[in-house]
Design a protein around this ligand. Structure first.
Ligand code: NAP
Length: 313
């Protein structure tokens, strides 16, 4: 007798990739559940304005996240608000272990757990997290109205978040370790024209200093001549890239040297029935639109995989 508790597909993670997979899975009539430990949207909730989601010139990250979850709800996608603590791959089905001790089983699994902000790893960073050190301008920028902040990084995130902070803070320093930004040209132009932003080229932070009230300064080092300087600041925002959230990737599943999961054009990993989408996957462009594209591909491929499994192919 077929096991009625067995899912066709379990999606872990509720960002753009996970929700798109959920919508496509419902359209393919797969018995699906999406498991998310936080609020819908993932990293979208840390994004101020999204200006490159086709069809929508500008929308806040949080609003786009709500739209994704509402769209999935319109397809009656089951969403479970729990943390997954482990995945046991199996020949017949995969087992998903939840933080409350429950176990769910599924033919196919889509990993959509994304990434987390990288840390600088310098003295004063961990100690002052929430006391002036932040990895999210949209979440914490409000506390720095008319204050001074230092942003670290030279990619799209650093520049986008600096522009957001420049609307609130009286001075935004961007400390970048090289003499050229990695970010796209549109953001570069906007940053270089924003009078409240000062770029500190060839500069890294070596220490974050604080008193009882929180962060009050940083020590910087010039990467060209090695000179160090003290800079007074009320906050430090770190945007130096992401690390993949690969803690749930089953043993034996191939990852690259940076911990991103390797998948084929169907988003399937080398572990049969385990698919990967979005920022956890090794790929060229980490964008909302590419995460969504992965979600579509993985769900359609998972539907095919489940069909074959059920027919014994
Ligand atoms: P990123 O593109 O990897 O940029 C990280 C930046 O931090 C780089 O400038 C890098 O310097 C610097 N950095 C790395 N490690 C550092 C360290 N230990 N100390 C000091 N600086 C360090 O990361 P991201 O900006 O978070 O973007 C991630 C992905 O999301 C990218 O593909 C990006 O295009 C995408 N994204 C797109 C948008 C958008 O399209 N609107 C918005 C946000 C993010 P180097 O340049 O010297 O390597």
């Amino acid at each position: 007798m077929p096991d009625s508790s067995l899912h066709d597909l379990i999606i872990i993670g509720g960002g753009p990739g996970g929700y798109t997979a959920g919508i496509y899975a419902q359209r393919a009539a797969l018995k699906t559940v999406l498991i998310e430990k936080g609020i819908p949207g993932g990293q979208l909730n840390n994004t101020d304005e999204v200006e490159n989601w086709p069809g929508t010139e500008k929308i806040s990250g949080a609003d786009l996240a709500i739209q994704f979850s509402q769209h999935a709800a319109a397809y009656d996608l089951a969403v479970l608000n729990r943390e997954v603590v482990g995945i046991e791959p199996g020949r017949n089905h995969h087992t998903i272990l939840l933080d409350n001790g429950e176990k769910l089983t599924s033919h196919a699994v889509i990993l959509a757990t994304g990434g987390s902000p990288k840390k600088l790893g310098i003295p004063g960073e961990d100690q002052n997290y929430g006391r002036g050190v932040s990895y999210c301008a949209v979440c914490d920028g409000f506390f720095f109205r008319n204050k001074t902040v230092v942003v670290v990084g030279g990619g799209d995130s650093a520049l986008e978040e600096s522009l957001y902070l420049a609307k609130l803070a009286k001075r935004v320093y961007i400390a970048h370790r090289r003499d050229a930004f990695r970010a796209g040209m549109i953001l570069q132009k906007r940053v270089l024209h924003e009078e409240r932003i000062t770029v500190l080229w060839n500069t890294v932070l070596t220490e974050i200093q604080a008193d009882a009230q929180g962060v009050n300064g940083v020590i910087t080092r010039n990467t060209m001549d090695g000179t160090t300087s003290a800079l007074a600041t009320d906050g430090v925002f770190v945007f130096i890239g992401f690390e993949p959230n690969n803690g749930l990737v089953p043993a034996g599943t191939k990852m690259n040297a940076n911990g991103y999961v390797i998948a084929d054009e169907k988003c399937e990993t080398n572990t049969p029935g385990i698919f990967v989408v979005g920022d956890l996957k090794e790929k060229y462009a980490k964008q909302i639109v590419t995460a969504a594209a992965d979600g579509c591909t993985a769900a359609l491929a998972a539907a095919h995989y489940v069909e074959n499994k059920k027919s014994g192919a």
